[in-house]
Design a binder for this molecule. Structure first.
Ligand code: MG
Length: 159
């Protein structure tokens, strides 16, 4: 069995007047994610991890933020397209492990729904999708609530 590992990282600003999209769902908060798309950092980190595992470049190459085609697009669609590339290369996800770094709001109660959403797109069980959360201990831009970040690792196997 041929296996490949991938890593992804992303950051977005948090601003008033935007919805907070994370892990494919909208989370109630007074600030939301700013981006060319819906700004879903977790999904963007997962896309980069999937692309990285197969040496397919990064999310900016496949979905340029200068393109009108991807303006305000739901990141779940980007993840669907990315996983399609993985399947075309004859690979499938073994498991995903990720961490979201943000100060507020607490996302623990939303993690089961995020896992379900990502598992549905990645055609696997939620038990193969790990989503963890941590804060930045009130330090830096994340600690001040100016933004959030996510990192993700994936393992793929050839099928
Ligand atoms: Mg991004």
């Amino acid at each position: 069995m041929n296996i490949r590992i991938g890593f992804g990282y992303d950051v977005h600003r948090l601003e008033k007047g935007r919805d907070l999209w994370l892990g494919g769902i909208s989370i109630p908060h007074y600030k939301g994610t700013l981006g060319h798309s819906d700004g879903d950092v977790l999904i963007h980190a997962v896309c980069d991890a999937l692309l990285g595992a197969l040496d397919l470049g990064d999310i900016g190459i496949h979905f340029p933020d200068t393109s009108d085609e991807f303006r305000d697009i739901r990141s779940t669609i980007l993840l669907e397209k990315t996983y399609q590339l993985v399947r075309e290369k004859k690979y499938a996800l073994v498991n995903l492990d990720s961490t979201v770094i943000l100060e507020k709001p607490k996302i623990r109660d939303h993690i089961p729904q995020m896992k379900e959403t990502l598992a549905g797109i990645l055609q696997t069980s939620p038990s193969n999708i790990s989503i963890k959360a941590t804060t930045s201990e009130k330090m830096g831009f994340i600690g001040r609530g100016k933004g959030l970040a996510a990192c993700a690792n994936v393992l793929l196997r050839s099928v």
